[in-house]
Design a binder for this molecule. Sequence first.
Ligand code: PMP
Length: 449
Amino acid sequence: MIEDTYIKQRPKSKALYERAANVFPSGVTHDIRYILPFPNYIAETKGSRKWDVDGNEYVDFAMGHGALLLGHGREEIVSAVRELMGKGTHYGGSSELEVKWGEIVKNLIPSAERVKFTSSGTEATLLALRLARAFTGKSKIIKFLGHFHGWHDYLIRAERPPWEQAPAGVPFGVLKTVVALPCDLSLVESILASDKDIAGIIIEPSGGSWGKVPVPDGFLHQLKELTDRHGVVLIFDKVVTGFRWSPGGAQQAYGITPDLTTLAKILAGGFPGGAVAGRSEIMDLLKFSGDDEKDQKNKIRHQGTFNANPVSAAAGIACLEIVSTGKPQKEAATKATEIRKALNEIIRSYEVEGCVYGDSSVFHITLGARPEDFTGGDIKNPRLSPEVLKNGMEKNLAKLFQLSMLVEGIDFFHLGGLVSSVHTDEDVEKTVRAFEVTIQRLRREGMLK
Ligand code: PMP
C-alpha cells in the first residue's frame, strides 16, 4: 500500500514528527505542511531538487511556495546575501539597498508610482486594505470565493469551502466588513449599486490560488471598468504571480492597471518580504505632511521591524535583476506547458476523469471530475463550481495522490506545482513517469475509476 511504503522510506522524518508534535500544534509550522501520516522533513536543496532527512530525493514543485522562480541556491542570490551578511543583517535604519530594491520594483511595474515594503504577503494585503479604506473613507471590501490573500482576519474568509463558514477566531464585526462573491460581474455590480460602503475589491487576477479557480474571460477588464465607475479601489494580489507571469506585473500580463498591487515571494528572492505598490494618490496617504496634528488624524501608520530588511533587499535585488530579462519566466513556462500536456495525455490514455491546467509556469491537477469546458490546457470560463476547482480532488484521493507522488520522488504543492527556470527535461520525464505510476496505483487501490 502507498502509505506503508511512504512510512518505510522515512524513519527519520517519522521520528522528527514525533518530536514536533510535542512542540507545534499538529506538529507543523504552516497548514499546507500538514501531511498524514507525517510530513517529510527536508534537509537540503539544490536547483530543482531537494532531499529529505532520510536521503529521499525529490523534484521540487513547491519551490519555496512559489518564491523560487530561479530554483534553489541561485548563485547570484547566494553571493549577494553572503556579501551582505558581512556588513550586518539589520541596520536599524534606512539603507541604499532598500532604495535600489524599490527603484527596481518601480521600474519593472509601470503602475507602481510608489512602493512600500512589508515583511510578508499577508502584511501587504493588510496594508492594501487599510489604504483602500483610508482613501475612500469607506469600510467594506469585496473578495472572491477561493482566492487566497494571506491569513489575517479580513481576508481569510471564503478562502476555501464551505464559503459561508465563519473562520474560527475572527470577530463578527470584522466578518461583516468583507463581502465574498463568486466571480460573477452582475453580482459585483448589484452590490456596488446597493451598498455605498465598499472601499475596495481585491482579487488574484490569475484566478484563486494562482489560477486553480480561474476567473472568466474578460472579467478583469469588466471589474476595472466597474471599480473606476464607482470610485472603488481595485487591488490585484500578485503575491504569487508578480514577476512570474511577466517581469512587468499586471499591466503587462493583463493590459489592466490596478490601483494597488500586492507583492511578495519572488520580490524578495526567496527571503521574507512583501510590498504594496500603486497610484501615488493612494500611496501618499502613508506620507508625513509636516503637520503633526494633521498626520495624527490622516496619515496611515505603518511600522514593521523587518520592513525592507537588508538581507531580503540584497536577495530581492539580485533576483529581480535576473527576472527583469523575462528569460526565466519563458523557460519555466515552457517546462510547465510540457508537464500540463504530458499529464493530460496520461489522463486521456487511462480514461480517468480529470485534467491538468494552468497558466504561465504553474499547473493544477483535478482528478475525479472533468470540466466540460477544458480544452486541453486551460479552463477559460469555468463551469465547474469554485468548490470542486479549489479542492481539486476528494480528500482521501488527494492524500493518496500526494503520498504516491512523494514515494515516486515528486513534491507537488497544492496538488500542482510552481515550475522554476532550472527544471530540466529529466525532471519533466521523472514527473510524467511518477504520475503514470500513481494513476495505475490509485486505480489498483480502487481510488480512481
Ligand atoms: N496572497 C496570495 C495570492 C498568496 O498566495 C499568499 C501566500 N501564498 C499570500 C497573499 C500571503 O503571503 P505570505 O504567505 O507571504 O504572508
